[in-house]
Every structure is written in C-alpha cells, then in structure tokens.
Design a protein around this ligand. Sequence first.
Ligand SMILES: Cc1cc2nc3c(=O)[nH]c(=O)nc-3n(C[C@H](O)[C@H](O)[C@H](O)COP(=O)(O)OP(=O)(O)OC[C@H]3O[C@@H](n4cnc5c(N)ncnc54)[C@H](O)[C@@H]3O)c2cc1C
Length: 277
Amino acid sequence: MPRSHLFAPEHEEFRGTVRRFIDKEVRPHVEEWEEAQQFPRELFKRFGALDLLGLKYAEQYGGTNAGVIYEAILFEELARCGSGGVAAGIGAHVAIATPPINEHGKDAQRQRWLPPAIKGEKIVALGVTEPSGGSDIAHVQTTARREDDGYVVNGAKMFITNGVNADLVVILVRTKPEGGHQGLSVLVVERGTPGYSVGRKLNKLGWRASDTAELVFQDCRVPAENRLGEENGGFYLAVSNFQWERLWIAIGAVASAQRSLELAVEYAANRTQLVRR
Ligand SMILES: Cc1cc2nc3c(=O)[nH]c(=O)nc-3n(C[C@H](O)[C@H](O)[C@H](O)COP(=O)(O)OP(=O)(O)OC[C@H]3O[C@@H](n4cnc5c(N)ncnc54)[C@H](O)[C@@H]3O)c2cc1C
C-alpha cells in the first residue's frame, strides 16, 4: 500500500527498527500473554530502553523529542503485534497517561514523574471513567475535599488500562460539588498512598493481555503538590489530549485492519485447496 507523504525515509527507517523489535521480542509471546491476561511489566522497560516511550517529550526528561509522526508509527507497528492488549497497555502509557504530566505539569512535576515513565520503570495509568459512566466526564463523582495541604479523595474509577500494575495514576476528581465541568481537577496518585487500592482486575472479551482495573479511593490523602494545572481547571486539562487519544485508537484500528488483510491475502494465496493446479 502506498505510504502517506508524511513519512520521510528516516521515518521508514524508524518503522523498520520498531517492526524488527516487535517481530523478535513481542509477537512470539503474544498468545501466551493473551492467555495469561497480562504481559510482563519488563516489557515497558524494553520499550523504554529502545527510546520508544518518550518520542514526543523533551530530552531533559529523557525523551527524544522526535515528534508525533514517530509516535504514530509506533502505534501502527504496535497494532500489528498480534495482541490488542499489548498495544493498549503500552499505548495507554504513551498516548493518554503521560501526556497530561508533560503538557500541564510544572517543571518539578515533570522532573519527578516523566524520566522513570519514559524509561519504563514506572507504569502510568489515566483514571477518568467511573462505574457510573465514561462518556460524560463533566459528571465525575469521585470527590477530592481540600484539607490542610492536600486533598482527601473518595470514589472509584472503572475500566482503567494498566490499573493493576500502575505506579502512578492520573485521576480526574471533583473539587467543587456544584461546579459541573468547572469543578474538576486532576491529581497524580502514587502507588502505596494509603487509601488507594485496586478494587479488582477486570476480565474482558478482547484486549485480554492488557491489565484493566477498577480503582478505589477511600479517604486517600493526596498532597496539593500532586495536582496538575489549576484547581477546578481539570475538565479542560482532561479533554486537551482527547484528539491525540482518538487518533491513537484510530491509527491502531487502521493498521490492525491492514495487517488482517495482509494475513487473509497470504492465507488465500497459499491455501492448498485454492491453489490452481
Ligand atoms: C478495555 C477498556 C479500557 C479502557 N481504558 C480506560 C482508561 O485507561 N482510562 C479511562 O478513564 N477509561 C478507560 N475506559 C473507559 C472508556 O473511556 C469508557 O468505556 C467510555 O468513555 C464510555 O463510557 P461507558 O463505558 O461508561 O459508557 P457510557 O458513557 O455509559 O455510554 C453507554 C452508551 O451510551 C452512549 N451515550 C453516552 N452518552 C450519550 C449521549 N449523551 N447521547 C447519546 N448516546 C450517548 C455511548 O455512546 C454508549 O454507547 C476503558 C474502557 C474499556 C472497555
């Protein structure tokens, strides 16, 4: 299939490198990981060692500053790996969970959280959806009450990709009960914070190798310094990455359809019954 004019020779060289890595180190294991309903957390470190988790981020935080086209190629190649779950887990870390820290974090917050995430040493999840619903994020019900120098969080998040293994979860919470979409804020909660727990790992029909969880917050105290952006400005912060999030899913869907077509053509061409004698 002819490639878009967006891809220059250096992009295709990068694609080749990613494809070889996935062919060698990911595809041979995907059936086992889908069966086990998880892939090893060391895989994040392998992606990190190959500089694949910080393609859009500045070098001072450990990224390569290569840009969105390189990240789009990563998503295309991930979608060809044979496991939607692996593509979802690595993809969620890169495409939805770390961007709010990069785009809305202060320098000290980026210095603290981005380098270990870009190395794959810390896994990051994004927690927006709740048991009551996901489409209408202005109705988030998890509350964060201001107390002393922080917030006390109560509520639950549902269907959170990387939720069981996450070292950091970026959550959308309600900081002003009457505020509608103007009463939301974004907090980064670290694993081990008292009151933060994994409610359950969820079983799924597809994307089985990805870890999807319900997260529970019970009187969970989060320091104010863990807030990204302005208090009550969280709605805008959360939706600011929606375009890239949707493109990530769309890019993966098209690449996966392309791979399915290639496999079908290959099978039809080589199936003994159909070969003309
Ligand atoms: C495998 C998986 C992984 C996920 N990972 C994450 C994650 O990492 N982080 C996260 O925050 N969320 C995650 N989600 C949640 C996902 O973002 C939500 O499922 C999605 O936002 C839809 O929310 P919902 O499932 O609650 O459906 P609902 O919002 O309850 O919607 C139900 C149905 O009603 C329709 N609908 C909703 N509102 C309207 C309306 N106003 N008008 C007409 N129709 C409407 C919807 O299109 C849908 O068909 C994940 C979900 C899955 C299944």
